[in-house]
Write a protein that binds this ligand. Structure first.
Ligand SMILES: Cc1cc2nc3c(=O)[nH]c(=O)nc-3n(C[C@H](O)[C@H](O)[C@H](O)COP(=O)(O)OP(=O)(O)OC[C@H]3O[C@@H](n4cnc5c(N)ncnc54)[C@H](O)[C@@H]3O)c2cc1C
Length: 632
């Protein structure tokens, strides 16, 4: 820590809970969900109490173990194939289960709380901010439990679901093989049907998060494999439940199944979450239970993958929020340089770096994405809630916007997370590069979110192909546009200055032109053009989505700010804001949105110009464009 650091220690350096409540209650208005039977047992107070519980557990029981989990890591015993987790993972994981986080959004029939997904999103953001690797154990156990609850036979449901909900048994997702990464259809794992209806599984899966560990007394692996004789590609894939221990007649862990961990990865980040190479059926005796029907493996696994893509956006948002808050706090305490007015006076008093225009710019930049992403991610989950309670066209629209936003949020938030953690380190200067502060750890943790759950390049392809071009009548894209334009209208009615609204409206028109171009290319089978622009397009639409959120935010925050600050300006306004935290909150939200729309969003138009050029260098580039190959 620098010698002259004067900053205070923050009680909660992870998430601005005032902002969480602004998004949930003032922007989205999630209290209105309680009018539907599904959520009628809740009210505003129960939502608030849940958010307070989440904050308490994350700040006091998870975050204190964040740095140790990275330093201690997980250990592997090659002799036994066992993995030991450090207490810095086990302890907060116990707190996670004790608080009932795994069942927050699950129905009470299986032991859940039945809370809306939008509250769950706030929870995920907080847990990731506090201890990102920890969330992965809980999420994998939760996701695999959900698959069994939805697609499992009565035996599987009875044997596994409750034990997984209680945190006795964990879970994984086993897709990746050395030759089958993004191209899952190339997998080689095999399944052979047995007379008793079970299958014998053989094969190897790599990079399996939480694949082996000593926290759970049993680990349940959903495994993708091909039944002998089934077609090649994704159409021939089935999904099997492979427990580490087969359950005995009482449902307790019994005979050891023929699956073992044969190694763990040494990674740059998320070291508290073990990444395993798993070998299935070395002795020809790995029992797997079919989930759903044969050859429906990809369809079923997509349920989990979709949840995880959304969850990855929440994780990225949580880490971004924590990185930004740490940087903002540090900037208020780190003394360096003099005030602008004293720039020619070498003996003038030093000032906190937050006073320097370039540092303020970095903080506003980070905050503008953190605020915008929080709204975007929560609204995606809120629409998931709406899709469960609405009917007819309204239901279709809610489900459509969720589907559309998944790749935008997964890839957009994770890409931005790497930049935000990097910018946060920049604010810390050299101290950020060292392990005294958690920023370097956050930066190391951030990159994986761009890679797993479908690498971000794959998200771009998913967006342009499945979510736009192959979506009948571009319905989902139409909902996206309609909602942005509705926000534009609302903003105009609420007195927001047109200079913060018009660019977003122009952005929609610009995007629309490009979508029409992509449709024309598709008609001419010019898929190279579509695919080479998929990631730049995905990045541009993310910018537009964040700008949309800021217009929406202004619509709510601007009138509230005005009602508190009236016509105050200059020193009077500053004095008032220092004394009135509510006014300061709205002021900060408004200022941040103004920054994003006027100083960051203009890039969108350059991005669209670049997309609409006619050079096609990417398509032209063959091997000769990348001369030389080194030995790896
Ligand atoms: C820490 C960690 C945890 C993981 N956890 C799990 C887990 O629990 N379960 C699991 O099954 N897997 C897991 N994975 C694997 C992860 O999902 C894969 O690494 C990821 O899907 C990418 O596959 P790959 O690494 O083989 O990269 P590749 O598929 O080789 O991709 C490399 C690059 O090429 C691009 N690319 C590939 N194909 C195409 C294409 N057709 N068009 C355009 N671009 C393309 C990609 O976008 C990427 O940028 C984990 C990985 C890591 C590192």
């Amino acid at each position: 820590m620098p010698a002259n650091y004067t900053g205070a220690k923050m009680k909660n350096p992870l998430i601005d809970t005032r902002d969480q409540k602004f998004v949930l209650f003032e922007v989205l208005g999630i209290d209105s969900l309680t009018q539907y039977e599904k959520f009628s047992q809740f009210d505003h107070d129960t939502f608030e109490a849940t958010l307070d519980l989440i904050e308490n557990i994350c700040v006091n029981q998870c975050y204190p173990h964040f740095a140790d989990a990275d330093r201690e890591g997980c250990s592997f015993d090659a002799g036994t194939g066992e993995v030991k987790l450090p207490e810095s993972v086990k302890k907060p994981l116990r707190a996670y289960y004790d608080a009932g986080f795994i069942g927050m959004n699950e129905s009470p029939e299986i032991g859940g709380m039945g809370l809306p997904q939008s509250i769950g999103a706030a929870g995920m953001e907080f847990i990731s901010a506090a201890h990102q690797p920890l969330l992965m154990y809980g999420a994998l156990a939760h996701g695999s439990m959900k698959l069994i609850a939805k697609f499992g036979t009565e035996y599987l449901k009875k044997t596994f679901v409750q034990r997984m909900m209680r945190g006795e048994w964990g879970g994984t997702m086993c897709l990746t093989e050395p030759q089958a990464g993004s191209d899952v259809g190339r997998l080689a794992a095999k399944a052979v049907k047995q007379p008793d209806g079970t299958y014998r599984i053989t094969g190897q899966k790599i990079f399996i998060s939480a694949g082996e560990n000593d926290f759970y007394s049993n680990i349940i692996h959903p495994v993708l494999a091909r039944i002998e004789g089934d077609p090649e590609g994704t159409k021939g894939i089935s999904i099997f439940i492979v427990p580490k221990f087969l359950a005995d007649e009482n449902g307790n862990p019994g005979k050891r199944n023929d699956v073992k961990c044969i190694g763990i990865e040494h990674k740059m980040g998320i070291k508290g979450c073990v990444t395993c190479t798993m070998s299935f059926g070395d002795d020809g005796n790995c029992v797997g239970y079919l989930l759903g029907n044969e050859r429906e493996g990809m369809k079923i696994m997509f349920n989990m993958m979709n949840d995880f893509r959304m969850g990855t956006a929440s994780q990225a948002q949580g880490v971004s929020s924590a990185a930004y808050l740490h940087a903002a706090s540090y900037a208020k305490g780190r003394m360096q340089g003099t005030a602008l007015k004293d720039m020619n006076n070498p003996s003038a008093a030093m000032v906190p770096i937050v006073e320097h225009p370039d540092v303020k710019r970095m903080l506003l930049w980070m905050k503008s994405y953190v605020d915008g992403q929080r709204m975007l991610v929560y609204s995606m989950y809120y629409n998931m809630d709406l899709a469960k309670v609405l009917t007819g066209d309204a239901q279709k629209e809610a489900a459509g916007i969720v589907d559309f936003l998944v790749p935008i949020c997964k890839a957009g938030c994770s890409d931005r997370n790497t930049l935000i953690t990097s910018e946060a380190m920049q604010v810390f200067g050299g101290y950020g590069f060292c392990s005294d502060y958690p920023i370097e750890q956050m930066m190391r943790n951030s990159k994986i979110l761009c890679i797993f759950e479908g690498a971000n390049g794959i998200q771009g392809i998913d967006l342009v192909m499945r979510k736009i071009l192959m979506n009948p009548g571009q319905f989902n894209y139409g909902v996206f546009k309609k909602r942005i334009l509705a926000s534009v209208n609302d903003a105009r009615k609420s007195g927001v200055d047109d200079k913060y609204i018009a660019p977003v409206e122009r952005g929609v028109a610009r995007l629309d032109e490009y979508v029409e171009t992509m449709k024309a290319w598709t008609g001419k089978f010019m898929f190279g053009q579509v695919l080479s622009g998929a990631t730049p397009f995905r990045k541009a639409i993310y910018m537009l989505a964040i700008a949309w959120m800021h217009v929406w935010s202004l619509t709510v925050a601007f009138p509230k700010m005005k009602s508190l600050t009236g016509d105050l300006t200059g020193a009077e306004l500053k004095k008032f804001l220092a004394e009135n935290s509510e006014a300061a909150f709205y002021y900060s939200r408004v200022l941040t949105s103004r920054f994003f729309i006027t100083e960051e969003f203009p890039q969108f138009f350059g991005m669209m110009d670049a997309l609409s050029g006619d050079e096609w260098t990417v398509l032209e580039a063959g091997d000769e464009a990348f001369p030389g190959t080194v030995e790896l």
